[in-house]
Design a protein around this ligand. Structure first.
Ligand SMILES: *Cc1c(COP(=O)(O)O)cnc(C)c1O
Length: 491
């Protein structure tokens, strides 16, 4: 226990038999109708009074690190501020209190919001079709790559290979493998980018697609993208764009103009909807003319003044769409759609243009002010995130993990560590555009201080960090190998 921040037991440990937050009369005698399903023993639900329950969860919430309490520069995750206006609109009863099985005539406003969001996504990306249903980026990848597979099948081809740069996010090879493709790695050049000639060498009549992230996960612009797209198309393959880093380009570059055929957009990254702690995300996918006929159902269409939903494959065929079918039961994360649309409308086109400019500026400020004490593996400016490796820690006995733990004591959420794998001991720092100069300066000073401590030989101090968190240094290997996931009474 330290002051008002108390050690918090599990809710089961707080429980006292017979205590309750409600006061209900005992039920009248009745014959049980559950038959064999009748519980044989007490199922062990916790018993707490209402204030005990409220305090339990409030205390837990205070032990959380979140974007609303600290700077959260987690690379590749775009942890930008979620404007409170987004929350206000998402809570409007016409959006928040509707049900996916309501007649469409009663949810015209919600469909209109979905149509408007779709319109913004198509305008920004220059693409021809969009689906809003995927639950997050990885699900969007599955959707987009399934469309590529369906397009190949429609051509009567069964191409088996997908090219993936070695710096790619793990979800790219995982998606390709889940769909039965063989993954072929493309090496990076010394400057951290993919070379069009390396791609061309690996392309053949068995190549289904390339999955490319731009800017890539090293925070670098892939300057060969148009040449890569041309070579991929020449070989009869498709170009999957991983749009997770779209915050660096939004309002400036249209992915369709880069030659991409399909791209997922993480609304929870680029368009500010909240994420972390497992969701909900939202990963709409945009399709070029070449793949537009393979968009999944359901989608919104206009029938005169009214909006309608195309819900099944037969209806889609009337639009010339060979639908993939459904990716989920209903229409996607309505609350996220409203938040993202609010963000777009409140920024406007000029505001979104400024978003990408400020995001890139902030990352370059961090890179410029840290590269004399940390080590940047690639020369030149970066896009929306700054990458460092652990060369500057050589012979200090201090690791990337130690620096990340010590940052917790300095009051910051650590950056992404050890990813991308191409940079040994990587630190991937993505500040986003929503941080002030003062916040960036405090973070930079904290890292400069830690780099100096490492050089000064304080490895034993680092080994004990963090010192101020409710839990200290954890044995992560043991936690992963021997997880204790169940609480047992009296154990
Ligand atoms: C975040 C991310 C993904 C996956 O997106 P989720 O929404 O987390 O499923 C894919 N690729 C890159 C580069 C990412 O940063």
């Amino acid at each position: 226990m330290s002051g008002m921040i108390q050690e918090e037991p599990l809710i089961f440990e707080r429980s006292a038999d017979g205590r309750s937050g409600v006061d209900l009369p005992a039920p009248p005698p009745h014959a049980p109708r559950l038959g064999q399903l009748k519980p044989r023993a007490d199922i062990g639900l916790p018993n707490l009074s209402e204030p005990e329950m409220v305090r339990h969860y409030t205390r837990l919430s205070r032990q959380n690190f979140g974007i609303d309490s600290v700077f959260y520069p987690l690379g590749s995750c775009t942890m930008k501020h979620n404007p409170r206006l987004n929350e206000k609109t998402a809570r409007l009863p016409g959006f928040a209190d509707i049900h996916p099985l309501q007649p469409v005539s009663t949810v015209q406003g919600a469909l209109e919001a979905m149509e408007q969001l779709s319109g913004w996504l198509l305008t920004l990306t220059g693409m021809a079709a969009v689906t809003l249903t995927p639950a997050a980026g990885a699900h969007g990848e599955f959707c987009g790559m399934s469309a590529i597979k369906a397009a190949l099948t429609a051509r009567g081809e069964a191409r088996g290979k997908v090219l993936v740069p070695e710096s790619a996010h793990g979800t790219n090879p995982a998606t390709a493998a889940a769909l039965g493709f063989e993954v072929v790695a493309i090496p990076a050049r010394a400057d951290g980018r993919v070379d069009a000639s390396d791609v061309a060498q690996r392309l053949d009549e068995n190549t289904a697609a390339i999955m490319l992230t731009n800017p890539n996960t090293c925070g670098l612009f892939e300057g060969d993208t148009c040449a890569i797209a041309a070579a991929v198309h020449e070989a009869g393959a498709y170009f999957y764009g991983d749009g997770a880093n779209y915050n660096a380009l939004v309002g400036r570059v249209r992915p369709a103009d880069l030659g991409m055929d399909v791209m997922h957009i993480n609304l929870h990254k680029t368009f500010s909807t909240p994420h972390g702690g497992g969701g909900p995300g939202s990963g709409p996918v945009v399709f070029s003319e070449r793949l537009a006929a393979f968009v999944p159902v359901p989608y919104v269409t206009r029938a005169g003044e009214r909006l309608a939903l195309v819900e099944d494959d037969d209806a889609a065929r009337k639009d010339g769409v060979t639908s993939l079918g459904r990716l989920r039961a209903f229409h996607g994360q309505m609350g996220m759609f409203v938040r993202a649309l609010t963000y777009m409308l409140s920024h406007g086109g000029d505001g979104l243009y400024q978003v990408s400019g400020d995001a890139v500026l902030n990352a370059n400020y961090i890179l410029a002010r840290l590269k004399d004490v940390m080590s940047a593996p690639y020369p030149g400016p970066c896009m929306h995130e700054a990458l460092f490796d652990d060369t500057f820690l050589k012979d200090t006995g201090v690791t990337t993990l130690d620096i990340a733990k010590a940052l917790l004591d300095a009051g910051f959420h650590p950056m992404t560590m050890y990813f991308p794998l191409v940079a040994p001991g990587a630190f991937l720092i993505e500040p986003t555009e929503t941080e002030s100069r003062e916040t960036l300066d405090e973070f930079i000073e904290a890292l400069r201080d830690l780099a100096a401590k490492a050089r000064a030989g304080e490895k034993d101090w680092f080994a004990g960090a963090p010192y101020s968190t409710p839990r200290r240094r954890l044995d992560e290997v043991r936690a992963a190998r021997n997880p204790v996931l169940r609480w047992k009474k009296g154990a």
